[in-house]
Design a protein around this ligand. Structure first.
Ligand SMILES: Cc1cc2nc3c(=O)[nH]c(=O)nc-3n(C[C@H](O)[C@H](O)[C@H](O)COP(=O)(O)OP(=O)(O)OC[C@H]3O[C@@H](n4cnc5c(N)ncnc54)[C@H](O)[C@@H]3O)c2cc1C
Length: 420
């Protein structure tokens, strides 16, 4: 049996290792298009902060790790998939078409490129690959003027790394708050206030309209009437599944590659996992692409088991967002923006940057958002994931939403069969 793993990020690596564990004799080929060993994008901020070298981002530290596991690594960029003949076609001539018995597509996401004049100028970079990180390191020197376009998940994560480089930093976000797709209005507003208090200029409700070259600098025209001269623009306006090369494959694709609970696509021998896969949302039952690393790891494990004939299935992917924005921890889980017919409680302490909002449907906690509260966020996740019937504890939480641990001990532990 020949397993081909397309993509060597966290999803590809975990799937390859899972397959090897279960099938010592099967052939495994893992393909990556970047000219570096398999690495974790999550580690890029630590690289930019100078806490680690590039080798610190590598997913497996032993350079013989994959050889020892008899996982063949192939460097190349796949340009198309032929589902009928079960072959991958490469962009490079020296790479011949590669046949497979089972295929995992784990090609992750690509950054969204907003259609802004000047977006392709030198000095404008995404922060997605190690190559991007190298370019940013070159331009983001102490005192440099940097404009970050977008204050979403990745934007907030890299803020700390950028701030640590002693830059003059401006953040421009078209939404009315920071992290608008992951945080409530109050939470996103508090994060903005926090970031401003750390000396970062933040414009919300503002778009970048045009970027032009001005000598060695860039002029960035904003929709609020201002034009800023900067040395570097970082584009962090979101990511989307890397599906373009699958356009004529015949696989069922919506936003990402559609998968069932076994991570199987519309073709029985082809699976998908990680940022590219569109699975089922645990909270809504609707389809969702959940582009976070824990989801990639879990889907890859399920795919690896399924590809080797085992029984594993996803109960649905849950939205779990935990962010450290210049030292302020925020989180959102499940249906954090509320459920139809549900109710909520909100506790706001703007002075101390503390915030809790709980969303209920009946007596079940279905979503939560927190800022500055790190103590019991694992409990929030547990309560939501276990769909615990809170009974009288719902009323207690409506009166005091910080009592989640007490509610968990009283109710979820008693119903903890889901955890076993
Ligand atoms: C700066 C940054 C910080 C992040 N921080 C966090 C965080 O704190 N928490 C979190 O949960 N997530 C974080 N993420 C997101 C996380 O990195 C992704 O969810 C995760 O990498 C998804 O893993 P994946 O294996 O699906 O895809 P990827 O890691 O993107 O790997 C895909 C691989 O496929 C290869 N590939 C793509 N196309 C082709 C092709 N055509 N041919 C051959 N190979 C191809 C790519 O080169 C790549 O190696 C962060 C991302 C970034 C950029």
């Amino acid at each position: 049996m020949k397993h081909v793993i397309l993509g060597n990020g966290p999803a590809g690596v975990i799937a390859a290792e899972t397959i090897r564990k279960r099938s010592p004799e099967d052939e495994i080929v893992m393909i990556g298009s970047e000219d570096v060993p398999p690495y974790s994008r999550m580690a890029i901020p630590y690289l930019l902060m100078g806490d680690i070298q590039e080798s610190g981002t590598y997913l497996r530290k032993d350079q013989n790790h994959f050889a020892k596991l008899k996982i063949e690594q192939l460097h190349g960029k796949v340009k198309s998939l032929d589902c009928k003949t079960k072959q991958l076609i490469f962009a490079e001539e020296e790479n011949k078409p590669l046949a497979f018995d089972k295929l995992l597509i784990a090609t992750g996401s690509v950054p969204v490129q907003p259609p802004i004049p000047g977006i392709n100028l030198p000095g404008v970079h995404s922060c997605w690959t190690l190559e991007d990180a190298r370019a940013i390191e070159q331009l983001a020197k102490p005192g440099s003027r940097v404009l970050q376009m977008g204050a979403g998940f990745i934007g907030c994560i890299i803020l700390e790394a950028l701030a640590s480089r002693k830059l003059e930093l401006t953040v421009v976000e078209m939404g009315n708050r920071m992290v608008p797709r992951m945080m409530t209005e109050v939470a996103g507003g508090m994060i903005k206030q926090w970031v401003q208090s750390k000396g970062v200029e933040v414009f919300t409700d503002t778009r970048v309209q045009e970027i032009t070259q001005s000598g060695s600098a860039l002029n960035v025209k904003l929709s609020n009437g201002k034009t800023l001269e900067v040395d570097l623009v970082i584009s962090a306006t979101g990511v989307k599944p890397n599906i373009q090369f699958l356009n004529h494959s015949g696989l069922e694709i919506e936003t990402g590659v559609l998968v069932n609970q076994h991570m199987q696509t519309s073709h029985p021998d082809i699976y998908a996992a990680g940022d590219i896969a569109e699975g089922i949302d645990f909270s809504t039952g609707h389809r969702i692409v959940n582009a976070i690393q824990p989801n990639a790891a879990e889907q890859a494990r399920i795919a690896g088991i399924s590809m080797t004939g085992g029984e594993a299935q996803s109960l649905g992917t849950m939205q779990i967002n935990v962010l450290d924005t210049l030292g302020l921890i925020s989180s959102s889980f499940g249906l954090w923006s509320g459920a139809k017919g549900g109710d909520h409680v909100e506790l706001v302490d703007r002075e101390d940057f503390k915030y809790v909002r709980l969303e209920f449907l009946g007596d079940v906690l279905v979503g939560a958002t927190t800022v500055g509260a790190t103590d019991h966020i694992g409990v929030l996740r547990g309560l939501i994931q276990s769909k615990t019937a809170l009974g009288e504890w719902k009323e207690h939480l409506l009166n005091n939403p910080t009592q989640t641990m007490e509610a968990y001990l009283a109710k979820a532990q008693a119903q903890s069969a889901w955890m076993n």
